[in-house]
Every structure is written in C-alpha cells, then in structure tokens.
Design a protein around this ligand. Structure first.
Ligand SMILES: [Zn+2]
Length: 277
C-alpha cells in the first residue's frame, strides 16, 4: 500500500486535476489524502457569503470531505483564507508539518502531487512554491522538531496544466481515465458551491448562467464538461508526446519534479496506476 498526498490551493483543485487517477489509486488499495492550502472562503458571489466568508468555508469543508469520501480518501485544509496564500515562515512550516504527518512517522508519503509554479492563480503559484520550499526541509530535524523529520524523500510530481509561455508542461506519465469518469464526476459534483454555482457564474462574466436544475441532469451536464476538459488535456498531452499510444479519450498527466526522490521506470510503474504510460 502506498500513501499518495495531493496538495491543491483550493478545496476542489485535487478532484478536478487528479480525481480520475486518485480513484484508481484508491481502488488499488492505496491511501489517498487530499489537502487544500486555503479554505476556499472567497469562491462565491452570494451576499450571505460576502457578508460571512466563514459560512462558505464551512460549506466547502463539508463538500471536500464528501468528495474525498467518494473514493475513501481523506481531506484536510491548512485553513489559509482564499486568495491569501503567501510564501512566509508560518505557511512554509505548516506545509512541512502537513507533508511529514501524512503516512508513517519518518516515512511520509510515497508520492506528492501538486501544480506547477506557473499558473494563472496566485494561490496556485504560491502553493507550488510552498511545496517546493518544504521539500528539502522535510529531512531537516531542526525545523519543526516536534514532528519527526523524514528519513527518505517522497517522489514529487506536478499535475497537468496547459500554460505555455514559460516552460510547457512535459507529460512524463499519462493516465487514462475513461473507465473512472463516472467516479470523477461524482467526486467533483460534491463541490456543488463551485461547479453548479460559483464557476458557471464566474465564467459567464456577467452573461446568462445556465445550469440544469434536476440532479440527474446536473450530473450529466457536469460529466460532459469534465469530458471536454479532460479530452482537451489528452489533445495537449498527445501534441507534447506524439509517440505515446493513448487508448483513452480523457486523461490526466503528470510531470516529474526535479526535487525529491527521482524514480526509476520500475518505481514509476509502481507509483502510478498500471494503465499509465
Ligand atoms: Zn484552485
């Protein structure tokens, strides 16, 4: 059994970016733990949440626990306010503690998944920086001495993004997810304040928001949206690795990070679902 730690800035980032892979890790008997650095308390337009962001934070905590629960994963938030991730001493040490306490003492997680440092959202950029900054310090016993330091470094990997201007994403591992799209959809659907409320509103940019009202219609609508998103990801990944044989319309993909343990091919085949290329 492996311990996989997925770290996003917001409560729904992990399900959207690695939900299909996480479902396969969980089914294979691995421990999956989702972390969001922020509590997501700014992701809405309703006046009640503008007046009382804590209400939204509480709602999103329930949603994230339910979403992780779909595959038997666990969830925690570091509790930083949405839009306020800064790379400072407190946040860096919170990240060190978080990673060290995931998995067995001294051993930590086998694999840490997060986003690359180039990203449109400031919280995403600085979450990536926090994980990167924490990585080496995991093994340093004099930092956060109350939590046992790690005696080995995890493997670190970035999830896919399509940003190109700095350095394009390199798909080292491609995971087919067609067979688990229903599970991924059920996970993402638990974030109803986001996928059925805030994100359609935000994307409409003042235009008309049209989300189906019925529960089944909503799930079908969301699944189609995720298939479009993860299908576009397949096209992006296929363009970056034209020799890859990808027998799946939807994929998730990962780029190995230069920091932490550098896995061998055998390690990779052990860490990622057996269907991965
Ligand atoms: Zn996010």
């Amino acid at each position: 059994m492996k311990t996989i730690l997925c770290i996003g800035a917001h409560p729904d980032d992990n399900e959207l970016c690695v939900g299909g892979t996480a479902a396969q890790w969980a089914v294979a008997g691995n421990r999956v733990h989702f972390v969001s650095v922020t509590n997501g308390d700014r992701g809405h337009f309703a006046s009640e949440y503008i007046a009382n962001p804590q209400l939204l934070a509480e709602r999103r905590l329930g949603e994230a626990i339910a979403a992780a629960g779909v595959i038997g994963a666990t969830y925690q938030t570091l509790g930083i306010r949405d839009g306020e991730v800064y790379v400072d001493k407190a946040a860096t040490e919170a990240m060190v503690r978080c990673i060290r306490t995931c998995g067995e003492p001294g051993k930590g997680p086998d694999l840490v998944i997060f986003n690359r440092p180039q990203d449109y959202h400031r919280d995403h950029r600085y979450t990536s920086q926090l994980v990167t900054d924490a990585s080496y310090m995991l093994t340093v016993p004099t930092l956060c001495p109350e939590i046992p330091h790690l005696l080995r470094m995890p493997v670190f990997a970035y999830w896919h993004d399509s940003f190109k201007d700095m350095v394009p994403f390199r798909p080292d591992v491609i995971v087919p997810i067609d067979a688990v799209m229903d599970t991924k959809t059920r996970m993402v659907a638990e974030h109803e304040s986001q996928v059925f409320e805030w994100l359609p509103y935000n994307h409409a940019a003042g235009g008309e928001v049209s989300v189906p009202a019925g529960k089944e219609e909503r799930i079908a609508w969301l699944k189609a949206a995720l298939q479009a998103r993860d299908g576009a990801r397949r096209a992006d990944v296929a363009a970056a690795r034209p020799s890859a044989e990808i027998a799946s319309a939807c994929v998730e993909a990962f780029q190995l990070c230069e920091y932490g343990t550098r896995p061998s091919l055998a390690d990779l085949q052990n860490l990622f679902p057996s269907t991965a290329i």
